[in-house]
Design a protein around this ligand. Structure first.
Ligand code: NI
Ligand code: MN
Length: 227
């Protein structure tokens, strides 16, 4: 399966001709690798409702007819926005679409629904696609329960925020990489805006020198094949 970095925390995971987008924030994203009107999507998974994650979800889902998975309060507002293939798990729940599944895990962050009307707890996402298990940590600070998903099954690739300010910084992200125990780590949520600029190469060498994982740094638009 293939992982394409679309910039910030947005990824396209593809296998066998099908694509799931995670957190498709493209319009207004200075690092966006694609336009909202050109990406393909059979499903869209959201970590939380902040604008830099919800992004273009409604427009893309309306154009493509993609299934959308979001935590229950966020899902309710997306249905209210006119989407009809919305799935509404809560933390711990799994949605299995047959070709891809996603389980929501805890993430330490804040969040509201797009309207700001209800609290919508942020999540991490454990995604199984093409025989691989991908853990998108979402927006989170460091906490030790990041170690728990790998007890359920080996994590092939972890997508870890490293930019600081709104999430863990690159130093805590090294410890996160230790806890998560993935074969490979792809850093995200950095360098999009001034407050989250960081040294991604320093993160890479810190993680690899500690022997925690192989770090794959992707520029927006670049893809990585998981074998
Ligand atoms: Ni956020
Ligand atoms: Mn964010």
């Amino acid at each position: 399966m293939e992982i394409k970095f679309l910039g910030h925390a947005a990824f396209a995971l593809s296998h066998d001709g099908k694509t799931v987008l995670v957190d498709p924030f493209l319009t207004g994203n200075p690092k966006a690798a694609a336009g909202a009107d050109e990406v393909e999507a059979d499903a869209i998974f959201l970590t939380h409702g902040h604008g830099d994650h919800l992004g273009d979800t409604v427009d893309i889902a309306q154009r493509t007819g993609a299934d959308v998975v979001a935590i229950v309060e966020l899902a309710a507002e997306l249905e209210g926005a006119g989407l009809d293939k919305v799935h509404n798990p809560n933390i711990g729940g799994t949605v299995d679409l047959g070709w891809v599944s996603v389980r929501l895990t805890p993430a330490w962050h804040t969040g509201t629904s797009p309207s700001g009307g209800t609290t919508a707890t942020p999540a991490g996402l454990v995604i199984e696609i093409g025989g691989k298990r991908i853990y998108h940590l979402g927006d989170t600070g460091l906490f030790s329960d990041l170690a728990l998903p790998s007890r359920r099954g080996h994590i092939d690739v972890a997508l870890i925020p490293i930019g600081g300010h709104f999430t863990m910084d690159r130093f805590d992200a090294v410890t996160a990489a230790e806890f998560v125990k993935a074969d490979q780590v792809i850093p995200c949520h950095y360098d999009t805006f001034p407050p989250i600029q960081t040294d991604v190469q320093a993160f890479k060498s810190d993680v690899q020198n500690a022997g925690y994982a192989e770090v794959v740094v992707l520029e927006p638009g670049e893809s990585h094949t998981v074998r």
